[in-house]
Ligand binder design. Structure first.
Ligand SMILES: *[C@@H]1O[C@H](CO)[C@@H](O)[C@H](O)[C@H]1NC(C)=O
Ligand SMILES: *[C@@H]1O[C@H](CO)[C@@H](O)[C@H](O)[C@H]1NC(C)=O
Ligand SMILES: *[C@@H]1O[C@H](CO)[C@@H](O)[C@H](O)[C@H]1NC(C)=O
Ligand SMILES: *[C@@H]1O[C@H](CO)[C@@H](O)[C@H](O)[C@H]1NC(C)=O
Ligand SMILES: *[C@@H]1O[C@H](CO)[C@@H](O)[C@H](O)[C@H]1NC(C)=O
Length: 434
């Protein structure tokens, strides 16, 4: 009995210690991710949720309730994904108050916590603002044991949501003795504004909107270490809020509704390094600075990387296989698939029907052909754009995705006004959102 009590006390102390440790070193404290016994692993991507708009009006809080409903509807239809990815712009930071700007996280993850699902986030340009930032959102997420979001790269220019997660075979007893079957990479494309900083004139300070080179170096090095450790190429998927310039070049080459099914309304799309000059100025004189080239080079030379999933451009929902060099491009694609998801939130611009991209990974297909399946589940329950990202994606013919819109009389989703009384400069990195 005494021993039992002692053991319990010891265990509690240990867990507390671990929890505290995890709070500081950001180590994952959930059980490792595993494929299901049937050899599948499904990911549901919710993106551009844009919670927290116009808290002082009735329509802002109402559209957040509508967004929670979208999440519930998708999860009811899709039944137990192995992981939920929140792919950036969880919160419209321009609109939120310093004292409670991360409280929206609890509202977003409510449906996930209720279902016992775990999630992993990337942060978007609206998550980095004067009153909210990646680090404060991460702290709030980490109050929930279900959060797998981490920070593996430190440094002022790295952003926050840069990390990877490993997914193991269902028969794996412990990650110490198995090689992962799948790696999931998460990147912070930053943008927005520096947290709680103003220049001499009292203007907010813009933050670069691309994956920093320190993160690119961490990614290539860590991936090389993992390849070396397990003596094999581990198939992988990547998530980043803002797409790269390659997506723009592919779009300009032409999106075919049957070969790249999806909506293509945001043309030209907004990409990383938009609004910045090659020398690092963001004074409105340059359209694009090219700082995403190292990231593009890294993702196209990573063996086993099957697809990169982005959000940001609410009106684009296609996947495109990036093969070879496109006009004007300096980086050659290696067959990597670049995908958009579906605008999930009632916040943020646009009234395209809300929904969520699903990614289904099966161990067989992963091993035999390095392919995954993906589709979009809409709020209405309909499924659109179901494709296989396999070797012939881009040549295979699929049905076109209907461009359905949702009108919402109680919402005002096209107008986002800053907090009354605050002066706000238009974000260069953010030409379409506001
Ligand atoms: C945050 O504070 C504002 C202003 O007091 C309030 O209107 C809003 O409802 C709060 N939001 C949350 C999520 O608590
Ligand atoms: C930030 O939050 C403070 C405190 O609630 C508020 O007064 C201010 O207007 C907000 N500023 C911006 C730029 O959103
Ligand atoms: C970016 O894309 C545009 C449009 O296709 C292209 O003209 C330009 O050369 C690209 N730049 C880089 C560095 O890839
Ligand atoms: C890729 O998937 C499509 C749709 O399922 C199929 O028609 C095509 O034959 C597949 N290609 C390969 C190489 O397996
Ligand atoms: C929507 O925004 C417009 C302009 O800001 C405003 O006049 C209108 O009352 C708003 N509608 C609702 C339902 O809040």
């Amino acid at each position: 009995m005494k021993f039992a009590l002692f053991a319990v006390a010891f265990f509690i102390t240990l867990s507390l210690q671990r929890t505290l440790q995890h709070r500081t070193d950001q180590t994952d404290f959930g059980a490792p991710l595993q494929f299901k016994k049937d050899g599948t692993f499904q990911i549901s991507i919710f993106e551009d949720l844009h919670f927290g708009e116009n808290a002082w009006d009735s329509w802002g809080p109402q559209q957040d309730l509508n967004s929670v409903k979208v999440i519930n509807q998708v999860l009811d239809a899709e039944k137990g994904p192995g992981l939920v990815v929140l792919n950036g712009d969880l919160i419209t930071g321009e609109n939120t108050y310093l004292e409670n700007s991360t409280a929206y996280v609890d509202q977003i993850v409510g449906p996930l916590v209720e279902r016992g699902l775990s999630w992993a986030s990337t942060y978007g340009n609206h998550d980095h603002s004067f009153n909210v930032t990646g680090a404060t959102i991460l702290d709030r997420e980490r109050r929930w044991p279900n959060a797998r979001t981490m920070r593996m790269v430190f440094g002022d220019d790295a952003g926050v949501s840069n990390y990877y997660l490993a997914v193991y075979d269902p028969a794996c007893a412990s990650p110490d003795v198995c090689a992962p079957e799948l790696l999931l990479w998460f990147f912070d494309s930053r943008g927005g504004w520096h947290y709680q900083q103003k220049d001499a004139e009292g203007n907010k300070i813009g933050q670069p909107d691309w994956v920093d080179v320190s993160v690119v170096n961490w990614f290539t090095q860590t991936n090389a270490e993992l390849t070396n450790k397990y003596q094999k190429t581990i198939p992988s998927l990547a998530f980043v809020h803002i797409p790269t310039n390659a997506s723009l070049a592919l779009q300009e080459a032409g999106v075919d509704g049957h070969r790249q099914p999806g909506i293509d309304d945001d043309a030209p799309l907004a990409q990383q390094a938009q609004g910045w000059c090659p020398d690092g100025r963001d004074d409105g004189t340059c359209a694009y600075g090219g700082q995403d080239v190292p990231f593009m080079q890294a993702v196209t030379t990573t063996p086993g990387l099957i697809a990169v999933f982005s959000g940001h451009d609410h009106g684009d929902t296609w996947c495109y296989k990036w093969d070879g060099v496109l006009p004007g491009m300096t980086v050659a694609g290696n067959g990597l698939n670049l995908c958009f998801g579906q605008h999930t939130g009632y916040g943020g611009y646009g009234s395209w029907e809300r929904g969520s991209r699903q990614v289904l990974v099966t161990l067989d297909k992963l091993k035999e052909e390095q392919a995954v399946e993906t589709w979009i589940r809409l709020e209405s329950g309909n499924v659109v754009g179901h494709v296989s990202l396999n070797a012939t994606y881009g040549q295979d013919r699929y049905p076109k995705t209907p461009n359905t819109k949702t009108s919402c009389p109680t919402c005002n989703y096209t107008v986002v006004t800053p907090i009354p009384g605050t002066k706000r400069k238009r974000a260069l990195s953010d030409p379409v959102d506001l």
